[in-house]
Ligand binder design. Structure first.
Ligand code: KIV
Ligand code: ZN
Length: 516
């Protein structure tokens, strides 16, 4: 490999999916994996197959469908994990098993009650077992940044001798800092005798807000692979953000003298898809992909920008795929135009899904005149799914005011019948949800509700994301409309329909969250 090239290992679908509140259905994961392939990442970590039936299914589907990147599956250094991972990635064009075991003193003593020698034996046995399934094996000593160096070097050397082709050094709890982490990478490269027989990778968490800085320091010190996630999502405070590291390397090529093969023009599409499907909004001031990242507020800045954009812009919005002409479609756009634009945005919908989205698109286009990419993405989140809704909104009416008791009437279509209920509530949304509860009669709890404007302006669509809990399981629902009450009702119904679908067993969700 060219010594200036940095491989991008995307773990959005594995570590990213361990974000609090995040959980994706199998079709959503496959859609994201296809988009990651368009982004041209080198490796996609598709899941942790042993952790649930859904993780296994998603990894298997991604392995058989997604071409281009290496498809990796995570496994502890445990036989069952490795066998499941091996089975799940069997059909991949380029399969990889990523196996790991914790190595820090604190994990050995408190988590495992094992000696260093016992853990080293687990690592060697794990790598050797994985090797039966594929040649490409990654090994991670978990909590490397807090592991004693002597043992870390020893286990890295042993894993390479056992057949690991990539060694990944994780700062699992985001404890390190750039000087220290860069120094560790430098020391590994200069101390472990057989290190040149493997690719050295890094994996940084963001607990102290240093994940990107630590990753860049690792690259400066010779790491050849980075493990990152879209929008920096991940366990606790997240992982190093793919877009931030990649754009740092690109924008400051003169300093780092390194490059990735990422197609940066797909960054914004990927960021929006992940945010939308996971129901995790991107903060406005987030570097690279936040809505303010290329906005200039102060008069002095605006004036200088008109004179020359480079005065206040170190990279251009087009580099990450943001077009200045963002209006895409209007009410005269046909189904074909809509389909085409959705494909460009990374969404390959079935005919049934496209029909649903088109119907809603026409309603929105009538109200809004101009439909933006963000509007389309919100509509897809609301409408696209591979099953028919058990309950559909037919009609709603709400009464609200500062001196009125909020009241809602809802009519839903269910199995060909129209069912009507009314309720009062603390507000119009609460009243509507209570009326729906009376109709569906399920033991639901609304755990989260959030509303955001999809684009700016008076005609902006509102997007509502809810999470309901049923039997201890959290289910995400999304709804979008120019009317925020309608968006709220659609989001609630979306979650209810998904929950009913899950109960029928046609779709499987994670029954066990990966416990690493
Ligand atoms: O943070 C971590 O240590 C991990 C490992 C599984 C690589 O995610
Ligand atoms: Zn991690």
């Amino acid at each position: 490999m060219d010594k200036n090239r940095v491989l991008v290992f995307d773990t959005t679908l594995r570590d990213g999916e361990q974000s609090p509140g995040a959980s994706l259905g199998v079709p959503d994961k496959v859609a994201i994996a296809h988009q990651l392939a368009r982004l041209n990442v080198d490796i996609i970590e598709a899941g942790f197959p042993v952790s649930s039936a859904a993780q296994f299914e998603a990894t298997q589907l991604i392995a058989s469908e997604v071409k281009g990147p290496v498809i990796a599956a995570l496994a502890r250094c445990v036989d069952l994990d490795i066998d499941k991972a091996g089975e799940a990635i069997k059909k991949a064009e380029k399969p990889r098993i990523h196996t790991f075991v914790a190595t820090s003193k604190i994990h050995l003593e408190k988590k495992f009650r094992k000696t260093e020698d016992e853990v080293l034996a687990m690592a060697v046995a794990g790598v050797k077992r994985a090797k039966k399934y594929c040649h490409d094996i990654e090994f991670s000593p978990e909590d490397s940044a807090r592991t004693g160096k002597e043992f870390l070097f020893r286990i890295v050397e042993a894993a390479i001798r056992a057949g690991a082709t990539t060694i990944n050094i994780p700062d699992t709890v985001g404890y390190s800092n750039p000087e220290e982490f860069g120094g560790l990478i430098n020391e590994i490269l200069n101390t472990v005798p057989n290190v040149d027989q493997a690719i050295l990778s890094i994996h940084c968490h963001n607990d102290l807000g240093l994940a990107v800085a630590n990753t860049l320091a690792g690259i400066r010190n010779g790491a050849q692979q980075i493990e990152v996630t879209i929008n920096g999502i991940g366990e606790r405070a997240g992982n190093a953000s793919l877009e931030e590291v990649v754009m740092s390397l690109k924008t400051r090529q003169n300093f780092y003298n390194k490059y990735t093969n990422i197609n940066t023009k797909e960054i914004i599409n990927t960021s929006r898809m992940v945010s939308n499907l996971m129901g995790i909004p991107v903060q406005p001031n987030k570097a690279i992909v936040g809505s303010n990242a290329f906005a200039h507020e102060s008069g002095i800045h605006q004036d200088a920008m008109i004179k020359h954009a480079s005065t206040y812009e170190i990279m251009t919005p087009t580099e990450i795929g943001l077009d200045s002409s963002k209006i895409v479609l209007g009410r005269h756009s046909g189904r074909h135009g809509l389909k085409q634009r959705l494909v460009e945005l990374g969404y390959n919908l079935s005919t049934v899904e496209l029909n649903h989205v088109y119907e809603r698109f026409l309603q929105i286009a009538d109200k809004k005149k101009e439909v933006f990419d963000e509007d389309l993405i919100a509509l897809v989140g609301d409408e696209s799914q591979d099953f028919e809704d058990a309950y559909q909104l037919e009609y709603f009416h709400v009464l609200s005011g500062n001196k009125a008791i909020p009241t809602a009437t809802i009519v839903l279509e269910h199995k060909g019948e129209l069912i009507q209920e009314a309720s009062v509530g603390d507000g119009p949304v609460d009243a509507a949800y209570k009326a729906i509860d009376k109709i569906v009669n399920m033991p639901l709890k609304l755990a989260e509700y959030s509303l955001r404007g999809v684009t700016g302006g008076k005609e902006a669509m509102g997007e509502v994301v809810v999470r309901i809990t049923q039997n201890g399981q959290k289910i995400l629902g999304r709804g979008a409309s120019t009317d925020v009450i309608e968006a709220s009702i659609r989001a609630y119904l979306n979650a209810i329909n998904k929950s009913l679908h899950l109960q029928t067993g046609k779709d499987q969700k994670d029954d066990v969250k990966a416990t690493l």
